[in-house]
Design a protein around this ligand. Structure first.
Ligand code: PLP
Length: 394
């Protein structure tokens, strides 16, 4: 993506999906240039297998994990569903012996790909809200675990997709393990934006999505700390360690590997550059409209903070859909913090879980930046939002 000129659209919706990185596009096209089924024993198959295994190493390196623990999936949504299914199934045999979990403790700010399978699981689910700073309190997770009985799975994302607030996953994992619980950490938004280290997080399951870091849509990964019995979710051939049957999406996997490698190599320098742009945008918006509210900027304490690329901001009295449409007309693509379905904007479940009243939770939009964002993008976005605020905010 080339830097925007005055007429080209400005894309600031990286938390929805990032533009494909050139390195990922090249890897995708190269992987699809020949017949490519990694299970075939002939030379074509062996070449395909070697592409998949290199990508597995690149994705594992991004997460500080062992390549043999990486299972490629169709995306973050499937990886989260798969982790919950694995945790529920009792394990016995060569991979060890564990009872399946009988209850779930889930942060109320999780993505729907965690919340919905949790709620549909038929197991008791405790939803733990976040504080006003957007952060889930580890003590609240411990209290939820102590209030019930039986093996539990705790689900806590590493960074929230709407506010960017980084969650105290390592602390929660420690408390959960002391209580015999497993932990699923959805690192879909954190990967490639902040350093990721599976050993430091200590969680049992970590999930990633390729398209959030410049790979292609339709590919993700579940990374496990241990061996698990074959997944009860998708049965068929024995691909992906028996955890995810079906011929591999080789192009998507190759692009994921390439995107993960570039994201990892450029992380410190890109994170600083992008945080600089985000901070300038935030200062411009709050300077021009002092009534605007920034969500998640106050998150503090050990292991807390905000993703460098995310700005969730409310314009008082102006519904998120009005802001998104006005920005779109000005050629700037952003998302509403709240979900819009069948023409009705519902309050953001994340902001609601932080204790915000319904109206405020309907007025937040999310600017999310990334690898191709430029100074010019920020200027265009700021002037469009400020022009709207000047018309609408009394
Ligand atoms: N988890 C989080 C935190 C997300 O933001 C998203 C996508 O928005 C997902 C999971 C789902 O990922 P995918 O689009 O790869 O299914």
């Amino acid at each position: 993506m080339s830097p925007s000129t005055d007429s080209s659209p400005v894309y600031l919706d990286y938390n929805a999906t990032a533009p494909l990185r050139p390195e990922a596009r090249a890897a995708l096209l190269a992987a699809l240039a020949a017949p490519a089924n990694p299970s075939s024993v002939h030379g074509f198959g062996r070449a395909a297998r070697s592409i998949a295994e290199s990508a597995r190493e690149q994705v594992a390196a991004l997460a500080g994990a062992e390549p043999k623990r990486v299972v490629f999936t169709s995306g973050g949504t499937e990886a989260n569903n798969l982790a919950i299914a694995l945790a529920r199934a009792p394990v016995s045999g060569p991979v060890g012996a564990r009872p399946g979990v009988t209850r779930l403790v889930v942060s109320a700010i999780e993505h729907d790909s965690v919340l919905r399978p949790a709620r549909a699981s038929g197991l008791p689910v405790t939803e733990v809200p976040a504080g006003p700073d957007g952060r889930v309190d580890p003590a609240a997770v411990a209290a939820a675990l102590d209030a019930g009985e039986g093996p539990a799975l705790v689900c806590l994302m590493l960074a929230n997709n709407e506010t960017g607030v980084i969650q105290p996953v390592a602390d929660v994992t420690r408390l959960a393990h002391e209580r015999g619980a497993l932990v699923l950490c959805d690192a879909v938004q954190a990967a490639g934006k902040i350093p990721l280290d599976l050993a430091a997080l200590g969680c049992d399951f970590l999930t990633l999505s390729a398209h959030k870091l410049g790979g292609a849509t339709g590919c993700g990964a579940l990374i496990t700390r241990d061996d698990w019995a074959p997944a009860p979710l998708i049965r068929g051939g024995g691909q992906e360690l028996g955890q995810r049957a079906g011929t591999e999406n080789l192009g998507g996997i190759a692009a994921f590997g390439a995107a993960a490698a570039v994201a990892r190599a450029s992380l410190p320098e890109q994170a600083a550059r992008i945080a600089g742009l985000r901070d300038r945008l935030q200062a411009a918006l709050t300077g021009a409209c002092p009534a605007a509210v920034v969500y998640g900027a106050e998150a503090g304490g050990m292991g807390a903070g905000r993703l460098p690329n995310t700005l969730c901001i409310g314009m008082p009295g102006v519904p998120a859909e009005t802001q998104v449409m006005a920005l779109d007309l000005a050629g700037v693509a952003v998302s509403a913090g709240s979900a819009c379905s069948s023409g009705k904007v519902t309050p953001s479940h994340v902001l609601t879980a932080m204790g915000l009243p319904g109206q405020a939770a309907r007025e937040a939009v999310r600017f999310s930046l990334g690898w191709a964002s430029t100074d010019a993008d920020i200027e265009r976005a700021a002037s469009a939002w400020i022009a709207l605020a000047a018309r609408k905010v009394k």
